[in-house]
Design a binder for this molecule. Structure first.
Ligand SMILES: [Zn+2]
Length: 382
């Protein structure tokens, strides 16, 4: 399956695929758009199309080159991701720029995918300007960002800008139904994924993601005291740990492959260290993601209650919890209580990204959410 497939229904991605297929490849691209609009899968699909052995320009998704690019294990496709809150200037100056000046190792193009490009501080952005302007002919930069305003004009003006949009809900529903999801599951997952087709697929067909959500959406009705908040917070943190553990298992074959490829020769320590560092980074991001999703799920629940209260039920995300949402809407909790809860979830999520202590952050948030006393009908009923 071509790597563009997960972007079905995105007009921007279609345009991008056509430009790459026609050989009209700029040296620097900037993919903009909100979370879930497919910026990252589009960048990976571009990298595959540029290096595919079977269908050059399109990307077959099945040759060794496409497969390794999809798994982020191709020597010519580099993912630059923030270390902590920043992409530091030394990373650009000492690693990216020298590497960008070398020829591809085995592919046709060397591709640099700079994720969360706005996290390059101005010094880092400035250090990249010259390389973006006069790159090696076979080097392509793809910058990804959902915060256009934090990028320097000089960076933007050197890139071909593509604006991506979330995939419309009905397209996601169609896609999931075609892959075998029941209609109500397809609609629920499309709502929960907010325009992110890949996330919708994970929700519809992966057990772990839905099980995690089941726990998160049970939390509002369980929060009646600070002790409940501590328990629920411990559960969320434990879920993130379990997700990290499961992912560690998936990383193992890569460590074994590397050991096999390198043997015990001298000079292999560096490659091992680099892999270890990347794996650690991936695990940290995954933990951050799971915790962030928990907060998002809680915020979405309270948002649904507000929507139900003003009669906007057609916009409700948690379609399988309608009865409970209506009970909350009918309670005497003032609107402002829900608004504050939603804001608190958003703030806590932002704080997680800034490397705040995750357990404390989640616990403090849940303690605040105990201000919203669950409607009587539900207490003790579940
Ligand atoms: Zn291929």
């Amino acid at each position: 399956m071509s790597l563009w497939k997960v972007l079905d229904g995105s007009r921007a991605a279609e345009g991008l695929a056509n430009q790459v297929a026609s050989g009209e490849v700029a040296h620097a691209w900037l993919l903009l758009g909100p979370t879930g609009s497919g910026k990252r899968p589009a960048a990976v699909a571009m990298a595959a199309a540029l290096n595919c052995r079977v269908e050059p320009g399109r990307g077959c998704g099945e040759c060794s080159s496409c497969l390794r690019i999809g798994r982020r294990r191709h020597p010519d496709v580099h993912h630059i991701v923030p270390e902590g809150p920043l992409i530091p200037v030394d990373m650009i100056r000492d690693t990216v720029i020298p590497e960008a000046n070398r020829s591809p190792f085995e592919g046709d193009r060397k591709v640099f995918i700079v994720e969360e490009a706005e996290r390059m501080n101005p010094a880092a952005q400035n250090s990249l300007l010259k390389t973006l302007e006069e790159p090696q002919p076979d080097t392509v930069f793809i910058l990804i960002s959902d915060r256009e305003e934090e990028l320097l004009d000089t960076i933007r003006s050197r890139c071909r800008v593509v604006r991506m949009e979330p995939v419309p809900e009905e397209r996601i529903v169609q896609f999931l139904a075609k892959e075998g999801a029941q209609p109500e599951v397809a609609l629920l997952c499309a709502r929960l994924a907010e325009g992110d087709l890949e996330r919708a697929r994970i929700l519809a067909f992966g057990d772990d993601a839905m099980e995690r959500r089941r726990v998160w959406t049970s939390i509002p009705r369980r929060l009646t005291s600070p002790l409940d908040a501590q328990d629920a917070s411990a559960e969320i943190v434990e879920q993130a740990r379990a997700a990290v553990k499961a992912f560690e298992q998936l990383q193992k074959p890569e460590i074994e492959e590397l050991a096999e490829a390198l043997g015990e020769k001298r000079g292999t320590a560096q490659a091992r260290n680099a892999l270890q560092k990347r794996h650690k980074r991936e695990l940290r991001r995954l933990e951050e993601e799971v915790l962030g999703e928990a907060l998002q799920a809680l915020g979405a629940f309270y948002r649904d209650v507000l929507a139900a209260r003003v009669g906007g039920e057609e916009g409700i995300t948690n379609l399988d919890l309608l009865d409970e949402i209506r009970d909350w809407a009918a309670s005497d909790i003032p609107d402002m209580g829900f608004v504050t809860a939603i804001e608190r979830c958003v703030e806590a999520r932002a704080a997680l990204l800034k490397n705040a202590n995750p357990s404390l952050q989640i616990e403090a948030t849940l303690v605040q959410l105990t201000a919203l006393v669950p409607p009587q009908a539900k207490v003790g009923a579940i």
